[in-house]
Design a protein around this ligand. Structure first.
Ligand SMILES: [Zn+2]
Length: 314
C-alpha cells in the first residue's frame, strides 16, 4: 500500500495495546529487508532515517525508493520517518522530500526553546500532511540519573509532558523512562530497569496519546555472540529485555525504536560469511545472510513483544 502517516496505526495500536516497530535503515537493502518482514506478516511498521543515514543515502532517492518498495511489499503498511532531526531545517527538508513523519529533537535545548522549535516544525509539517514527534527528557541511561532529590531525575516529567503536548500540537511524544541509545544501555552487572511508574503517570495524564520509546533495542545475545565469535569486539553489550518492552506497549507506548539490533544481526552474519568464505568477494554472497537475519529479527519482534502481526490495514 502507499506510504501513510502514523496517525491511524498509532490509534489502532493503542486500542489493541500492541506496539508499532520503528526500525532504522542505512541503505536500501536494509529498508527492503525490514519491509519484507512487515509484508510477510501483514504488519504496520515505521522505517526510520537518521541524519547520518540521510546523508549516506541522499534524500533524493529515499522517498522514490520507498514508493517502489510499496509496490514490492503490498501487504506492509508503513510510514517513512526522519529520526532525530536536530534542526528545524532538516525537518522541513524531510517534509519536502516526502517523509510522512519527522521528529524534531530539540530536547537538549532549554524547555521554552524546545517548544518554539517544535511548534515551528508542527506548523510546517501539518500544513503538508506530515506528522511530528518530539522529545522531552534525556534519553540516556540509568547511570545518568544522578539527581536523587528529584523523583523524575532526568526522565520525562508527566506535568511537563502535558504542557508540552498542549502547547506544541505534536502528534507523538518520545519519553525518557530509562532506555538508552546504542548497544551499551546498562552497566555490566546492573539490572535493566525502566521507570514504569513514570510511564503510568504520563499515560494517565495523556490517555491515548502516542508515546514513543527510543533506544529500545534488546541486543539479542545470540546475534552478539556471533559478532564476538568471528573477530568482533562488542563485549558486554546489554539491551532492554523484550518482556519489558512488551510491558511498555501494554501500558500505552505505541512506537518502539530499534536500530542497534538490526546492525548487530547484520554484522554478525557478515563476519561469519567472511570468516567461513575468505575467498568470497561478491557483494551478494557477503550481504545476503545479514539481510536475511534482519528480516528474521524484525519478524520475531513483530510476532513477539510488539504483537502487531496481521494488524496492517491494506
Ligand atoms: Zn532515538
Amino acid at each position: 500500500m502507499p506510504l501513510v502517516t502514523t496517525t491511524e496505526m498509532f490509534r489502532r495500536a493503542h486500542e489493541g495495546k500492541y506496539g508499532i516497530g520503528a526500525f532504522n535503515f542505512d541503505n536500501f537493502d536494509v529498508m527492503r529487508a525490514i519491509l519484507r518482514a512487515a509484508d510477510n506478516l501483514k504488519a504496520p511498521v515505521i522505517i526510520m532515517v537518521s541524519s547520518g543515514a540521510w546523508k549516506f543515502m541522499n534524500p533524493l532517492y529515499i522517498r522514490a525508493f520507498c514508493d517502489i518498495a510499496a509496490k514490492e511489499f503490498p501487504n506492509a503498511e508503513f510510514a517513512l520517518h526522519l529520526d532525530h532531526g536536530k534542526t528545524v531545517e532538516i525537518c522541513k527538508q524531510a517534509v519536502d522530500a516526502g517523509f510522512t513523519s519527522v521528529i524534531i529533537d530539540a530536547s537538549a535545548l532549554p524547555y521554552e526553546e524546545n517548544i518554539k522549535a517544535t511548534k515551528e516544525v508542527v506548523e510546517y509539517a501539518h500544513a503538508r500532511g506530515v506528522v511530528v514527534e518530539s522529545e522531552l527528557g534525556a534519553i540516556a541511561g540509568i547511570e545518568d540519573d544522578v539527581n536523587v532529590d528529584d523523583k523524575y531525575g532526568c526522565f520525562t516529567h508527566p506535568d511537563e509532558a502535558v504542557d508540552f503536548v498542549k502547547r506544541t500540537g505534536i502528534d507523538s511524544l518520545a519519553i525518557a523512562i530509562g532506555t538508552a541509545h546504542g548497544a551499551y544501555k546498562f552497566k555490566p552487572g546492573t539490572k535493566p530497569t525502566l521507570r514504569f511508574d513514570i510511564l503510568d503517570e504520563i499515560e494517565a495524564k495523556l490517555p491515548g496519546f502516542p508515546l514513543v520509546l527510543h533506544g529500545a533495542s534488546s541486543v539479542p545475545q545470540d546475534a552478539l555472540a556471533l559478532v564476538n565469535k568471528y573477530g568482533g569486539n562488542m563485549p558486554a553489550a546489554i539491551g532492554i529485555p523484550e518482556s519489558m518492552l512488551e510491558e511498555a506497549c501494554k501500558r500505552g507506548v505505541g512506537k518502539i525504536n530499534v536500530g542497534t539490533d538490526l546492525r548487530v544481526a547484520f554484522t554478525g552474519q557478515l563476519r561469519k560469511v567472511e570468516a567461513e568464505h575468505p575467498e568470497a568477494y561478491e557483494l551478494r554472497t557477503l550481504f545476503t545472510p545479514g539481510l536475511e537475519a534482519i528480516t528474521a529479527l524484525v519478524e520475531s519482534k513483530i510476532k513477539g513483544y510488539l504483537k502487531s502481526e496481521g494488524k496492517a490495514v491494506i
